[in-house]
Write a protein that binds this ligand. Sequence first.
Ligand SMILES: O=c1[nH]cnc2c1ncn2[C@H]1C[C@H](O)[C@@H](CO)O1
Length: 362
Amino acid sequence: MAQQLSGEVFTKPKVELHVHLDGAIRVQTILDVAERRGISLPADTVEEMTQVIILQKPATLTEFLGKFAEYMHVIAGDREAIKRIAYEFVEDKAREGVVYVEVRYSPHFLANTQVDPIPWDQEEGDVSPDEVVRLVNKGLNEGERTFNIKARSILCCMRHMPSWSMNVVEMCKKYRHEGVVAIDLAGDESLNCEAYPGHRMAYEEAVRCGIHRTVHAGEVGPPSVVKEAVEVLKAERVGHGYRTLEDKDLYQELLAQNMHFEVCPISSKLTGACDPDFTKHPVIRFREDKANYSLNTDDPLIFNSSLHLDYSTAHKYMGFTEEEFKRLNISSAKSCFLPEEEKEDLLNKLYEAYGMLQSTAF
Ligand SMILES: O=c1[nH]cnc2c1ncn2[C@H]1C[C@H](O)[C@@H](CO)O1
């Protein structure tokens, strides 16, 4: 059972823009798939396996990223499991009151062929990154129809694997009409601060082809990483971006251009990105400055969290009000990567749910 603060806040429809599919898997699913595939795990109950996977206290981004190795070998390379995690993800988001979600993942991390090196010490198999994308698309699509919400995906390049990035942008192009809306650059910013040429070339191709772009930057890395994301990689949104605040000029520039920051409060405490005292969180400054930002879970499996926990934390420790929750969800919808017409529909859905529709009756 994910951690909770008492009392749920903001039960109205929400938009989530920064959540990793491979960081949002149900523990029960990991156990089921491991049993079916005959893979042994260090625990065989949800409670015990949860304790193995979750971060109990603030760590470093590098330590946090190491947690994926506890279970990714169970899901990767298994068609049924990949489709299942995508489908269940949509169900979980619908339960949290999310009406539109953009979920991200690395197709290479879930593959076991046509990927070099083959991740998670897997034997070579026959599930390619391209097939992973098709499986996730199917799972999300079935989930959308069953649970009546909208789910789109973002494909991640990984900072330490620049040789994968051109392949990522090619898949973004190939599947742009089947639910893939953007490219991302994720991974360990503390080890690889400057984007390698492989990432830069992929982002140039994304710009050339009109593929939307977001980049993890300024989570634990310095403001120069944010600057590079925006100026070189032409990011339209910044994943996290907390450390932008350390460079006043850059922050003012990004405010002026209405740059969107994908903020993940619980994540930022447990990855060591921000001070564990939530009353000092950068998102408070973003709010005061009426910046453009969203609230997101990032990796609820590893943080043992939920979107409700992020919202209730913002309410309890940072003084967020219902009005601010409405404002930030509207900013999130405006900054999402849907085509304009669908974005309008999403915005209207929120305006109606928030009692903000202008009456045209006279
Ligand atoms: O918070 C994060 N920062 C950087 N990289 C991350 C974060 N959460 C997840 N990732 C990585 C690990 C995943 O395997 C990968 C693709 O979802 O993205």
